[in-house]
Design a protein around this ligand. Structure first.
Ligand SMILES: NC(=O)c1ccc[n+]([C@@H]2O[C@H](COP(=O)([O-])OP(=O)(O)OC[C@H]3O[C@@H](n4cnc5c(N)ncnc54)[C@H](O)[C@@H]3O)[C@@H](O)[C@H]2O)c1
Length: 335
């Protein structure tokens, strides 16, 4: 088992949350990297990381022997090339969600992970949000019975991102952001067998993709689900999620600082709800980093590996396809 994890971090915007995770974990920061000198300097100064560790071209890190893991937080379009370069160099990779934007890119990352023997984790961060971890625990305990319906929404006002890579056609909001809601339902309920979706395009005429999409998911004959994605919404960011079971209901609504749990009495009647004070909308990058670093230290498997990330992208892509063709689409989980 390794004593100290030495980490390098690429992309100094959201990627700064990975630095914070590394610091909280007690990792040694071996390098930080950004192609934009001002973002690199900002992060270096902010976290008191010496200039000798600032790197502007990630290729300079590929032959380094003093790096146990690299975190990748660059535009989604670059996930495949940068992740594969590090995996081929034998360096463990924690890459931001979504795994990639196309099936081909997902398959390349899976191949690189398999061939390299290095560990790979896709940052499906909702699996580390305290309220969603708690929801998973409650479902697994059987407290709300069998799930018959589950819904999650990703509503995020992209108004200020429209000059960036987020507005490019291949970065459909359902894949780039909606992957949070899709992955959460896959984790809490399972893999949907079929999806049907409908999209509208009223708020962001300057992007080519729909800015609102509603998808109905069929998990099996007894269980259905819904995902709503809005990237033009006029409200604060939300990942509101509700899980309906035969014996209870879990409501995780980030507009309140708590989750609500309904269960039934011995007669099967709904009791007064239990209010659980727990963060509902926390981006728990520290926990995410901890889980990956522990997997490296202990040489244990990573739950959100490349195949798991690819399955989430596959459901997102099926939703987009259905919204365009008007047909029911069956995701292909054969990776
Ligand atoms: N988990 C979450 O909740 C969450 C939240 C925000 C973003 N993200 C993901 O994180 C990633 C980054 O998003 P962001 O908001 O930080 O984007 P951003 O555009 O704000 O920042 C990206 C950074 O990467 C740098 N960069 C771009 N190309 C590079 C390269 N080739 N080498 C080195 N640096 C490069 C840019 O200069 C910039 O500093 C995306 O994949 C996004 O989907 C995840």
């Amino acid at each position: 088992m390794k004593d100290i994890i030495r980490s390098a971090h690429i992309g100094m915007k959201f990627g700064m949350s990975h630095i914070e995770g590394a610091i909280a974990y007690g990792a040694e920061i071996a390098a930080i990297c950004d192609s934009d000198p001002s973002n690199l300097k900002f992060a270096g100064v902010r976290y008191n990381i010496g200039e000798d560790k600032w790197v502007s071209d990630y290729h300079d890190l590929l032959s380094r022997k003093d790096i146990d893991l690299v975190t990748v937080a660059v535009p989604d379009q670059l996930h495949r090339v940068i992740s594969c370069d590090f995996l081929h160099a034998g360096i463990n990779v924690l890459c931001e969600k979504p795994l990639a934007l196309t099936r081909e890119d997902c398959e390349e990352i899976i191949k690189a992970e398999r061939e390299s023997g290095a560990k790979f984790m896709v940052g499906q961060i909702c699996r580390f949000t305290p309220a969603f971890e708690k929801a998973k625990e409650i479902i697994s305990s059987g407290q709300i019975g069998e799930i018959y319906f589950a819904e999650s929404e990703y509503a995020h006002d992209y108004g200020s991102f429209l000059e960036t890579w987020r507005a490019e056609p291949e970065r459909h909001g359902v894949i780039g952001g909606g992957c949070h809601a899709v992955d959460l339902l896959r984790w809490l309920v399972g893999d949907p067998k079929e999806v049907f979706a409908y999209g509208t395009h009223m708020l962001l005429p300057m992007v080519t993709y729909d800015d609102a999409t509603i998808a109905v998911l069929k998990f099996d004959e007894e269980t259905a689900g819904k995902v709503f994605v809005s990237t033009g919404c006029k409200r604060d960011y939300t990942m509101r999620t509700v899980i309906y079971g035969t014996k209870g209901t879990i409501i995780c609504d980030n507009t309140s600082p708590e989750m609500t749990l309904f269960t039934v009495d011995e007669k099967g009647l709904t009791k007064e709800p239990e209010i659980i004070k727990i963060p509902v909308n926390s981006h728990n990058a520290a926990r995410e980093f901890e889980v990956f670093a522990d997997a490296i230290k202990n040489d244990s498997p990573v739950e959100t590996n490349a195949v798991e990330g690819a399955k989430t992208v596959e459901v997102c892509r099926a939703i987009v396809k259905s919204s365009v063709t008007g047909e029911i689409v069956k995701p292909n989980y054969n990776f």
